[in-house]
Every structure is written in C-alpha cells, then in structure tokens.
Unconditional design. Structure first.
Length: 402
C-alpha cells in the first residue's frame, strides 16, 4: 500500500521520521454535505453579507450561511488544475460562508489540520491522479479525493509550518500592496509632470523618422515580437516556439534605442523601445521608427507613450478604421507635451527614479515567492523538519530560493 502511495507522490523515496504516509480520506473529513449549488439568478434574489465560494474564490454574497468554522477548499473541476505553479489549487476559509458544488470542503481532524491540507495541495500537481474531461478540464470527484496520497507530520509540526508560511504570505501581500500603491503614484506623477504640466505641445511626426531597413542578407537571426506587458520579447518565450518564416530576408531590422509597434496591437499598448538587445528583426507588419534625440529625450518620450493619456489617444486614433490599426502617419498626428530639453531631462530623472523603486520592489517580491516555493518543496516533503525549538537561518532561506 505504502509503496503504491510513494509512486503516486513522485520524487519521494522515504517517509520522514515521525510522519505518516496515508490518504486524504483517512485523515480528513470531506464535508460536501455542506455545499449548496445556487445559480446567478437565484443568488441575485438573496443578496447579503455572507460569502458564496467557488473553487478559486468568492463568487457572490448572500443573506444566509450553511458553513461555519475553518475549512480548506479544493476544486472539483476547472482549468486551474493545468497550472498548479501559477494558480492556487486550494483556499483556506474561516468564518460563516457558503460553498457551491464545484469545490470540496475539507474539515481538519486531530490527525490532519485544515491548514496542512491547504498548504500541502496549494500548488501541488495532481493531474496524473485525477480524471480528464476534454482537452483542458480535469475532474476531482469525492472518491478520487479521498484516495489522494498525503504526507502528514505530527499536528504541532503542521501548525508550525503553517505559521512559517503565514509570515511569508504576509510579506508577499504587503509587498504586492506596496507595488500597487507605487504604480498608482507613478501614474499620477507621469500625468502631472508630462500631460498636465502645461507644456507646449507639438506633433509627434516632427520627432520621429520611420525606419524601413530590411534583413536582406539574413545576417540577423534574432526574431523579436512586441507585447503590451513585456515590451520586446523572443517569440519562443511568448509562444513556446519560434514563430517566424523560414525566409527572414524581408523582415525589418530594429536597432537598440529604436521603437517598434504592431499597427493592429498598438491600441492595446504594444509599443516599445529596444533596450535588451543590440538588434533584432521583426515581421514586415511592424512599424519601426527612431527619434530625433536633439529634440526629444528618448526616456521622456518612452514615459509619455506609456502614459494613460497617450495610450487613450492612440486608442482613439485607431477607432473608425476597418481593422482598428494605427499607421505611422496616425501616430505622428498625435501631439505630445514637449518642454525644453533641460525640463525633459529633469522630468525623466524623477520618473526613472520612481520606476527604479517599483522595479526593486518587484525583485523583492520575486525573491519572496522564490523562497516560499523552495521552502514548500523542502518542508512539505519532510526534507527539512521544523519544530517549535528549531530556527531557520538566513542561509537556510537562501538555500530554499536557490
């Protein structure tokens, strides 16, 4: 029995001292008798203060509750099973609430706390243990759930581990909130320093020159794309494969410091400056241009083009066209607030400083997440064991995130 469970766990060869290898049904209570399916129409008639949960979060609020206490929830079906590293598989809910019929309710016992179940399956891939419905949906029925293998440490160790992860989660949540606040502040700062500062406006056409150099000799092999969230990217990073014609001699060349955009995607923010590579090539559909840096500071222009006002004006210029495209001429017709060069540089300095602060916070956030992932791998398998008297050192944290 244990040999079979170890096979299902994968990457676990031995059971840690003091831990038990068992199944969910033997150590937890599955309380699906507390579920209540309610349609959107039915919920609309009984709006209230009590949360109504689905497998991934709150769906609504209604005027009564069927569940009270602390429970872990895990989905019965859904596409979240496909990406366990990015999407949480479990929720931990405490208080008075309701649950629909697409999530299982797990009640803790003296053998396994709801906190431990929540942690253990939070980012665990169980797709090899559950049934599949179509190409992208999985089904975790009650019988399969009860047979899922689970490693269970002593109850006090379960709670110690949960307490440790709560500290990490608090740090992550606070950093996320700080980043959100700083990004809103940055947007306000951009608006006030550029768009609402009363600067004289000039047509962007006087600052830009279109570049139409082709990769005729096919000497440049680096194919790039422009996205609205990451700027220039390698297509294989975006689409998990190289997306390009076999013959790239007609592709447009973009050099470092130049800008490019897809006329059909700029209305959703897909415009960027090439910073991370010396050069690259783009599909012929792209527009490539360079700036007259004697008239406009490139960083200043970049902050302007990424501002909410500029994005809205670009979006407006696409409306009315058959495919909502923005030609180079259309982009050039938009006017830009353009103060003297020394003012541009001063504005750029302030905005770059604010942007750097956000970047540092995002790096810190990724470090927290990386450390948490490392700790989960070590602590939830028993490779590292934590008692109330044991202290995890800074070196331990660094090892976890390595």
């Amino acid at each position: 029995m244990k040999t079979e469970l170890l096979k299902k766990l994968g990457r676990i060869n031995t059971i840690p001292a003091g831990w038990k290898l068992t199944t969910v049904g033997k150590v937890c209570k599955i309380r699906n008798d507390l579920r209540k399916p309610l349609s959107t129409e039915e919920r609309a008639k009984i709006q209230g203060a009590y949360p109504y949960y689905g497998p991934t979060g709150v769906l609504d609020f209604i005027d009564h509750h069927l569940v009270e206490g602390q429970f872990a929830l895990i989905g019965e079906d859904g596409d979240h099973f496909l990406k366990p590293e990015q999407k949480a598989q479990t929720l931990l809910v405490n208080g008075k609430f309701n649950v629909n019929n697409h999530a299982h309710l797990i009640q803790g016992t003296e053998k396994c706390s709801s906190e431990w179940f929540f942690l253990y399956f939070h980012h665990r891939d169980i797709t090899h243990l559950i049934s599949r419905q179509g190409a992208s949906r999985y089904k975790l029925n009650k019988d399969t759930l009860s047979k899922l293998p689970i490693l269970v440490p002593p109850l006090n160790e379960q709670l110690e581990i949960y307490k440790l992860f709560t500290t990490w989660d608090n740090a992550i949540e606070k950093t996320e909130a700080l980043i959100t606040a700083k990004e809103k502040q940055f947007e306000w700062l951009t608006s006030n320093l550029i768009n609402r500062a009363g600067h004289k406006r000039t047509a962007a056409s006087g600052l830009m020159t279109e570049v139409s150099r082709r990769n005729k000799s096919s000497t440049i092999e680096r194919v790039l794309s422009v996205t609205n969230h990451s700027g220039f990217v390698l297509p294989e990073e975006q689409f998990e494969r190289r997306v390009a014609s076999a013959n790239v001699s007609n592709y447009k060349v973009v050099e470092q410091g130049q800008y490019a955009y897809n006329p059909s995607r700029i209305n959703v923010g897909s415009i960027a400056r090439l910073d991370d590579w010396e050069n690259g090539i783009l599909s012929p559909m792209y527009v490539v241009f360079k700036l007259d840096t004697k008239k406009v500071c490139s960083d200043y222009f970049l902050h302007w083009v990424n501002s909410s006002e500029a994005r809205q004006r670009i979006k407006n210029s696409a409306q009315g066209s058959v495919r909502e495209t923005v030609s180079f001429k259309d982009l050039g017709a938009i006017d830009i607030p353009l103060p003297a060069m020394d003012v541009q540089k001063d504005v750029t300095y302030k905005l770059n400083l604010a942007q750097k602060e956000i970047s540092l916070l995002k790096n810190t956030l990724e470090q927290y997440r990386s450390q948490k992932r490392g700790l989960m791998q070590k602590l939830l398998t028993g490779e590292w064991q934590v008692g109330s008297s044991q202290h995890l050192s800074e070196e331990t944290y660094q090892e976890a995130s390595a």
